[in-house]
Every structure is written in C-alpha cells, then in structure tokens.
Design a protein around this ligand. Structure first.
Ligand SMILES: N[C@@H](CCC(=O)N[C@@H](CS)C(=O)NCC(=O)O)C(=O)O
Length: 417
C-alpha cells in the first residue's frame, strides 16, 4: 500500500512531507476528492486524527498526524537518508532547527497573520508582541545563516524543508520586502530553498507578499488553512488581560468600503440561486442545471471567461498540478460573493492541462481580483462569446465536467462556489 496524504491543495504543512518525499524517492499519493471541512470531519478521518486536522499520512502500519512527524517518517522511510545528516550531532541539530522553526517562527507568523485574516480576535498589542518575537527568531536565524548556506551541514536536510515551508506562508502572505530586508541572510536562504528543483516541484512559483493584509472582521477561516479548533479555543479561553488593549483603545472598526461591484445596477441573475441550483442538481444535470444556468445568465450583469494555464508543460506531477489549482481557488476566496468557477485538470498523463471557466459579476474581470490574486496572470483569459454556440457548448461542458474534454479524460474538476 502506498503512502497516502490527506490534505487539500496549497497546504504548507502538507508540503513538508511532499518535499521530503521528493528528496527521498518516496512515493506519496494525495488522497482524491479531499474536501476541507468535510472529509476531515468524517468519523473515518477522526479515527486517524482525533483533532480533525490535516495533514494526515496513511501508512501500511497505520496513520500518522502532525506535519513534522509525518515529514520525519517520510525521511526515515529511506535508510541512512542524508536529509537526516551524517552524524549524531547533525541529527541533533536538525531536530533543533525543526523545533525552532515550529515554535519560534511558525507560531509567530501565525499569531501575526491569522488575526488579520479574521480567524482570531485581532488585538493590536498582541500583534506587536508576535512581530517582536518573530523578529527575534528571524534575527537569530539570520545570524546563523550569515555563515552557512543550509541550516545544518552542506546540503539540504529535513530542517531546511520544514523551515522553508514555515517561512513560505510568511513570505507569501504577510512578510513584505520591507519587513524581510532586515534579515538579508534569511531572504537569500529562503529564495535559494524555494528554487531547489525538489521544492519548486511542490510549491510552484513563490511570490513575496506585496502588502500586509488588512485586518478582516472575524469570519470563518478559508477552507484549507482554517485553524478552527484553535479559533474555538481562542473564543472560549479567557483573554489574558495583560496583552489585551482596553476596549476603548482597540482599533475602531473601520467601515468596510463598498466593493465597486456592489454598486453595479441590479442584475436579474442571482448568483446564489445559480450556486444552489448547481449544488442541488443530482440528476439530469444537462437539462436542469445547465439549462437553468443559461436561462438565468445575464450578460449585462455578469461575464463568463475561459482561462487557460500558460505553463502547462510544467504540469508534470499530478498532485503538484492539483495543488496549484487548489491554491488558486483558495486565493479566489476574496471574490466568492461575486464569482463562480470551474477548473479542470485535463489528461490521464503528464503534462496535464489546466483550463477553467469563470463567471464574474460585471462585464469585466473584477479589478480587485486581478490585483490581489497573483495566479490570474498565470492564465490566459478569454471572454466567452455567448453568441457563438461552440463557445457556449464548451462552457456548458466545463460546468458539467463532461468527459472526454478536448478528447481527453479529466484528472480532476474543481468547483468554486
Ligand atoms: N500542528 C499541526 C497543524 C495542523 C493544522 O492547523 N491544520 C489546519 C490546516 S493547515 C487544519 O486542518 N485546520 C482544520 C481545523 O482546524 O479544523 C500540523 O503541523 O500538522
């Protein structure tokens, strides 16, 4: 039985095992049709990990949870794996940096980022404390890396893999250039790491955050990264007074600026009605859902777009391709109120093609989506001409996951709704 990893796409904790596997020649399959918030709450999943979080690795001898433990297991599948160094001391230092990465780097990035994303209550003083603790950790890391390319020894070890994955979410989501410039050796290290072919294969292109995300009102966390349990705990636990600002000092809730799409003239098409029809149609999909879609479609209030991934030749590994698409959908979360999308991963063997169909409010692709979702520029966007029956049929086929598509089987079809 192969090793099977339970996680959705774009999860930095799952990356650790996938990268360790690339370095170790270990085969890991990503479980099919994993749905965050559903699959990980099933009774079967809870038997594997009672806290209901991902990733979990299913092995022939039983499950393992906690991403660092999984990565350690994967590395040790290969006897005398250089990822674990070549002496007891190197082994100790690798473990040292893995723990440092988890407790000093990852925790503080999370404490800075997640409240801003609305997963926890935002408290300005707590944020300051987290940033200070993160800077202290990065300062120490910077000093260490001033005289070494890697954390331990002269090649990549498991410590580098775990550190790169933990830094990844920081660099990608909140640690802008002006923040990281203070730690030039960490910067050099991070970019060297994410450009290692085995890491790039799993992470894809990494871009540094251009701005610190604004504080969001507390909402449900996005599907993949949702630290729901922690969020619940945060809600239930008494707040430590010493780190909280008194209420009157708390940042006044800023009135949320209206999205320009809310100012468009009303449309006869109600996006939620379409999403419900799509989700609730279990039989006769063509006659019910597709027909319903075209009956509802309002080309004055909405537009439909085909997207084609520009770099299909890079889609040589199935789970990496699926991860890329999963990450894209996660980043589109910011336009859920204004969009519906289908993304197809096409082909039964590599290189896989990625194509999609998107419905957006308004007659153009919303500007904020183009500006904030960096994946948008990785695709070629073509407006669907609904007066052209062939294009209309192609759009219907995409909504329906019709196979074969362009003469090929579908590896996966993901829906954004
Ligand atoms: N310490 C755990 C953290 C796992 C974790 O927070 N997983 C998140 C996704 S990145 C999750 O499953 N959240 C779902 C939930 O909280 O219910 C690890 O490293 O594996």
């Amino acid at each position: 039985m192969a090793l099977v990893l339970y996680a959705g796409g774009g999860n930095k904790n799952a990356f650790k095992a996938l990268i360790a596997a690339e370095y170790s020649g270990v085969k890991i399959e990503l479980v099919k049709d994993f749905q965050m918030g559903v699959s990980n709450k099933s009774a079967e999943f809870l038997k594997m990990n009672p806290i209901g979080k991902v990733p979990v690795l299913e092995t022939p001898e039983g499950p393992v949870f906690e991403s660092n433990a999984i990565a350690r297991y994967v590395a040790r599948v290969k006897a005398d794996n250089p990822l674990y160094g070549s002496s007891l001391m190197e082994y100790a230092h690798i473990e040292q940096w893995i723990d440092f990465s988890a407790t000093e780097v990852d925790v503080n990035i999370g404490k800075w980022l997640y409240p801003r994303l609305g997963f926890y209550h935002y408290v300005a003083v707590s944020e300051e404390a987290s940033i200070a603790a993160l800077k202290r950790a990065l300062g120490a890391l910077n000093t260490h890396l001033a005289s070494s390319t890697y954390l331990v020894g002269h090649s990549v070890t498991l410590a580098d893999i775990v550190m790169a994955c933990n830094l990844y979410i920081g660099f990608a989501r909140i640690m802008t250039k002006s923040f990281t410039a203070e730690f030039p050796h960490v910067e050099r290290y991070f970019w060297t790491m994410v450009n290692q072919p085995n890491i790039r294969k799993v992470m894809g292109d990494v871009k540094q955050a251009e701005s610190v995300p604004p504080v969001q009102k507390r909402t449900a966390a996005p599907k993949e990264q949702k630290p729901k349990e922690a969020k619940k705990e945060a809600k239930e636990a008494p707040k430590p007074k010493s780190v909280e600002k008194p209420d009157e000092e708390e940042e006044a809730p800023k009135p949320k600026p209206k999205n320009p799409l809310d100012l468009l003239p009303p449309s006869k098409m109600i996006l939620d009605d379409w999403k419900k029809l799509y989700s609730n149609t279990k039989t006769n999909f063509r006659e019910v859902a597709i027909k319903g879609f075209w009956d509802m479609y309002d080309p004055e209030g909405y537009s439909l777009w085909f997207c084609d991934y520009k770099y299909d030749e890079e889609n040589t590994v199935s789970y990496v391709t699926l991860n890329k698409v999963g990450g894209f959908l996660q980043r589109m979360d910011l336009c859920r109120k204004y969009a519906f999308g289908k993304m197809l991963v096409i082909g039964s063997e590599a290189p896989f093609k990625v194509k999609g169909l998107w419905l957006f409010r308004g007659t153009e692709i919303p500007k904020f989506v183009l500006e904030e979702v960096y994946d948008m520029e990785l695709y070629e966007w073509t407006k669907v001409d609904i007066s052209d029956e062939a294009q209309k049929e192609r759009a219907s086929a995409m909504i329906e996951d019709l196979e074969p598509f362009d003469g090929e089987a579908l590896l996966d079809a993901k829906c954004f709704k």
